[in-house]
Design a binder for this molecule. Structure first.
Ligand code: SF4
Length: 427
């Protein structure tokens, strides 16, 4: 199956040497993922075993959005715990017992490690095993780390999903598993497209509820919707599932290429594929053309933050007419990012990891029309006259698949337009 409009450039970036830097980095920790995961998994509770700092991070990121009973909380380690004067395990067991007796709706409990729990070497894996024995089969208790020592902010979702893979039921059925937490409305759109292509049943990880029939086995094939799920990808492969490599479903081209890779795997004919995708492709192209007017001919510089940088650079350069100066990503995995790198025209520096001062020097020298970076860098760079986009917004906003392609271009064009308006006003 050849998909029109997804031909690679004469020279893509897949074999471009990667600039690897290890130094001070400016990113949120993996606890941030709880903000979108708790909305997705409606019978889950995320119990962060951490400090007051961790509790404040979660409260300030999500507090204003809590209307009902929250599905996350923090078991705060006090000074006595940190000094090893108290039995933190006994206190954790007491907290969990209190929580589960008060909240019978909880079916999955995640114990989420933090910097303090790692520093005192609290073994949350053993705690999860102990608590599973106490509360199974009603409640499944798992653990993962969201600590800032180990994770950048999107790695929290990866660690969470990877922790679920070993306990998924086994199946021999040939099924498609779609992996990555998407807003429900976007997930429904995707399910409709796959259904219209005749592909099903489609299983989802993370499922909305523990009772959904998500299983895995040697005949499972899986597609990722997020480019930061490398540990989950490896865990699924250990269970015998096969990864469908594809560009990520951002923009018209990315969505078409992602669907085409799955359609090929399931033997969907070119005619059916063209029939199902024709109208939404046209809508997406039109929406992108409108929303990207301000981007055409402009340059973009990506700091490493969400691991979405490579697919987004592909979208901005190939569908919005931008030029990438540098595309930084916390990690570059050829298995996961390779198909997008292949489509990204040669030219930008591809960098992995961060030494923030050196990278700031490069960004200041480049003075790109748009700099995509974390919250901590955005304000200082704005003060220096650069237009910025907060990377975290790209994770909190629905941006996948055809119907969101215009909004995705709009997220980038707004700061560029605002900058142009401010310039006119100042003249
Ligand atoms: S896990 Fe670490 S980096 Fe994250 S809020 Fe807690 S102390 Fe801060």
């Amino acid at each position: 199956m050849t998909v029109q409009g997804t031909l690679p450039p004469t020279a893509g970036c897949r074999s471009t040497p990667v600039l690897k830097q290890r130094g001070q980095r400016e990113v949120f920790c993996g606890l941030t993922g709880i903000i979108w995961l708790h909305r997705k998994m409606q019978d889950a509770f995320f119990l962060v075993v951490g400090s007051r700092t961790c509790a404040h991070l979660l409260q300030s990121a999500a507090g204003v959005m809590i209307f009902a009973e929250p599905r996350f909380g923090t078991a705060i380690l006090e000074e006595g715990d940190l000094a090893g004067l108290k039995d933190a395990n006994a206190e954790l067991d007491r907290e969990v017992a209190r929580l589960l007796s008060r909240r019978p709706d909880i079916r999955q409990l995640f114990l989420v490690g933090s910097c303090p729990s790692e520093v005192i070497k609290l073994d949350l894996h053993r705690a999860a095993e102990r608590l599973t024995q106490a509360y199974a089969p009603k409640v499944r208790v798992l653990n993962y780390s969201g600590s800032g020592i180990e994770t950048t902010f999107t790695q929290g979702e990866d660690a969470c999903l990877a922790s679920m893979v070993p306990v998924l039921p086994a199946t021999d059925a040939r099924e498609l598993l779609v992996v990555g937490a998407l807003p429900d409305a976007v997930e429904d759109q995707m399910q409709r497209l796959l259904g219209d292509l005749g592909i099903g049943p489609v299983r989802i990880l993370p499922a909305r509820s523990i009772t959904d029939e998500t299983a895995v086995g040697p005949n499972t094939v899986f597609a990722l919707t997020q480019p930061f799920l490398s540990d989950t990808c490896a865990a699924l492969e250990r269970r015998g599932a096969a990864h469908i490599a594809a560009p990520f479903p951002f923009g018209e081209e990315g969505t078409t290429a992602w669907l085409a890779a799955i359609a090929r795997e399931f033997g969907v004919s070119d005619e059916i594929f063209a029939k199902v995708t024709k109208a939404p492709r046209a809508r997406a192209r039109k929406a992108i053309a409108q929303a990207s007017e301000a981007l055409c001919g402009k340059s973009v510089f990506f700091f490493p933050d969400s691991q979405l940088e490579i697919p987004l650079a592909r979208f901005l350069t190939r569908e919005c007419g931008m030029t990438a100066v540098e595309v930084g990503s916390p990690y570059v995995h050829d298995q996961i990012h390779g198909p997008d790198l292949e489509l990204l025209p040669q030219g930008p520096t591809i960098s992995e990891g961060q030494d923030v001062d050196l990278q700031l020097d490069r960004a200041r020298e480049a003075r790109a029309d748009l700099t995509v970076c974390g919250l901590g860098l955005a304000n200082p760079l704005e003060a220096e006259g650069l237009a910025t986009k907060w990377a975290i917004e790209l994770v909190f906003t629905p941006v996948h698949f055809y119907e969101q392609a215009g909004d995705l271009a709009g997220l980038f064009s707004r700061p560029v337009r605002r900058k142009a308006l401010l310039k006119v006003a100042a003249e």
